[in-house]
Design a protein around this ligand. Sequence first.
Ligand code: C2G
Length: 132
Amino acid sequence: MKRVITYGTFDLLHYGHIELLKRAKALGDYLVVALSTDEFNWDSKQKKSYFSYEKRKKLLEAVRYVDLVIPEESWDQKEKDIKLYQIDTFVMGDDWKGKFDYLRDDTDAEVIYLPRTPEISTTRIKTDLNSK
Ligand code: C2G
């Protein structure tokens, strides 16, 4: 069984996220999503998500491509996660291109960056809604 992992906030879940999850799942048989906790979002990304961790987790667990949702609490848990969940492939959108190449040396996982879906982002949704 080929196991894939990806990380993110996934706030205001939209089709760009779904496209990422769909392509990530297509790279294996089992997809783990490490979901940024509210604390990690605020402390490390200066992001305040609209939906709480618990609500974002429920939404992701309802997505057919997702097999397991775990908390992302720090930038440097990736090596541990890859080992603990026996991950074969680490996937992120290409806005992160290069940022996680070190995992190729530190783990046995392949690192893949997938093209982002253009024209959609949580920021854009919020901006558009505010301008209505
Ligand atoms: N994404 C995408 N297309 C979009 C928007 C997002 O492919 N239009 C992808 C991002 O590239 C990322 C994933 O969807 O791989 C989740 O996006 P975010 O929730 O914005 O994740 P981010 O805040 O970048 O957190 O440790 C890594 C971080 O947790 C990533």
